[in-house]
Design a binder for this molecule. Structure first.
Ligand code: 1GP
Length: 244
């Protein structure tokens, strides 16, 4: 089934949860186990990627292990890496709207788009916006980070994503951020845009997840939480906060 339709179906019933698996953080087999757990506790999607310095081999082996253990859609999340994965269920076609470097806005994408078309890969066009602190993603992506209190700038970029015809807008605080995107900013953006709103970075607890959801996030992405001890229970409580 088309991933975009699958997501739309899930959104009709409530919030969508995504587990991000970074191939650089564990062996492929462990990544497969994480994916299985994520699915068991109720994650709707898996993103594979999101780190610098992943080798093509690690990425491919991780993607394969994840696909073997999970039946929910697995999407490639191409940030800060030259490695690429074309055989997953869909490709997150991210444009980092607040980058100073056009490579991250459309340059890298232009080098892979013909291949994606030829291989008939499903792409999900996303306006990606980095909010402070941005973490490593902000540095690598040469982003002019949106300040945490600058709601108007966040709205401006989010509407830019919508007017450019993107399918989703993604507010990202950065992998491993101490705090998620502020609830006030999520609320302000949600009020203005009509396309689904993805929020990620710094969401570690059920309280964080509920706050982000109540502020208006349609799709909530968590990564680091699965890299900590007791992750099954943490993930379970995040899921119940989102799906209640
Ligand atoms: C995905 O970068 C996030 O949007 C993941 O961030 O690792 O902080 O959950 P965390």
């Amino acid at each position: 089934m088309e991933v975009k339709k699958y997501i739309a179906g899930k959104l009709n019933k409530g919030a969508v949860h995504v587990t991000l698996i970074d191939p650089a953080r564990q062996a492929p087999e462990a990544a497969g186990r994480l994916a299985e757990t994520a699915q068991e506790v109720g994650s709707d999607l898996i993103f594979v990627g999101g780190s610098s310095g992943i080798t093509q081999r690690t990425l491919s082996e991780t993607a394969e292990a994840v696909k073997e253990r999970a039946s929910i859609p697995v999407l490639f999340f191409p940030t800060g890496t030259d490695s690429i994965c074309l055989n997953l269920d869909a490709f997150l076609f991210l444009s980092l709207l607040n980058s100073r470097n056009s490579q991250f806005v459309s340059g890298t994408q232009s080098r892979v788009s013909s291949l994606l078309k030829r291989l008939d890969v499903e792409v999900l066009p996303i306006g990606y916006i980095l909010v402070e602190p941005g973490m490593k993603l902000g540095e690598i992506g040469e982003a002019d980070l949106v300040a945490r209190d600058n709601f108007w700038q966040a709205i401006g970029y989010a509407l830019t994503a919508q007017f450019m015809g993107m399918s989703y807008v993604y507010l990202e605080a950065g992998n491993g951020a101490a705090q998620p995107v502020p609830a006030g900013m999520i609320r302000a953006v949600k009020r203005e845009v009509d396309i689904p709103l993805i929020v990620g970075g710094g969401i570690r607890t059920a309280i964080d997840a509920r706050r982000v959801r109540q502020a208006g996030a349609d799709i909530v992405v968590t990564g680091t939480v699965i890299e900590t001890a007791g992750y099954r229970e943490r993930l379970r409580s995040i899921l119940s906060a989102l799906k209640d």
